[in-house]
Design a protein around this ligand. Structure first.
Ligand code: IDP
Length: 149
């Protein structure tokens, strides 16, 4: 079963959007298999955003993500990686479609509320970077036959 890594960034937590954001994935029908609130270390932030190391916004991004708690999550379901990216919306909240999380709640690319893995390889790497195996819970929701043929 496919899994993805999602993180509600410091702006989402500070703005009281944790419940609203989780609700969108929960009501879609995806399964929560890992969840924790944490202060992100500089080391973890730099590893997570390593691909952007040479970009001009990298320093500010690391400062931001380490500035206040983050809610880290792993969600499971068929097609969850691509679907979560759609639910999240475009990177720039100003151009993100209404109905997406960033489109509904954001204004600025540096304050875009939530991270979601962009592909199967990055999802696997990010789940392993943020969670130990024993922090993930495999379970069978009773809802399954009502969500799948
Ligand atoms: P994504 O989060 O939609 O996958 P990426 O291009 O992977 O977008 O960028 C990672 C994060 O870096 C973005 O979510 C955003 O917080 C930040 N970021 C990207 N581009 C800019 C920029 O031009 N200015 C400031 N922050 C940026």
């Amino acid at each position: 079963m496919e899994r993805t890594f999602l993180a509600i960034k410091p702006d989402g937590v500070q703005r009281g959007l944790v419940g609203e954001i989780i609700r969108r994935f929960e009501t879609k029908g995806f399964t929560l298999v890992g969840l924790k609130l944490l202060n992100v270390s500089r080391e973890l932030a730099e590893q997570h955003y390593g691909v952007h190391r040479e970009r001009p916004f990298f320093g500010g991004l690391v400062e931001f993500i380490t500035s206040s708690p983050v809610v880290a999550m792993v969600w499971e379901g068929d097609g969850v990686i691509a679907s979560a990216r759609k639910i999240i919306g475009a990177t720039n909240p100003l151009t993100a479609e209404p109905g997406t999380i960033r489109g509904d709640f954001g204004l600025n690319i540096g304050r875009n509320l939530i991270h979601g893995s962009d592909a199967p390889e990055t999802a696997q790497q990010e789940v392993a970077l943020w969670f130990k195996d024993e922090e993930l819970v495999s379970w069978q929701p009773h809802l399954t036959p009502w969500l799948h043929e």
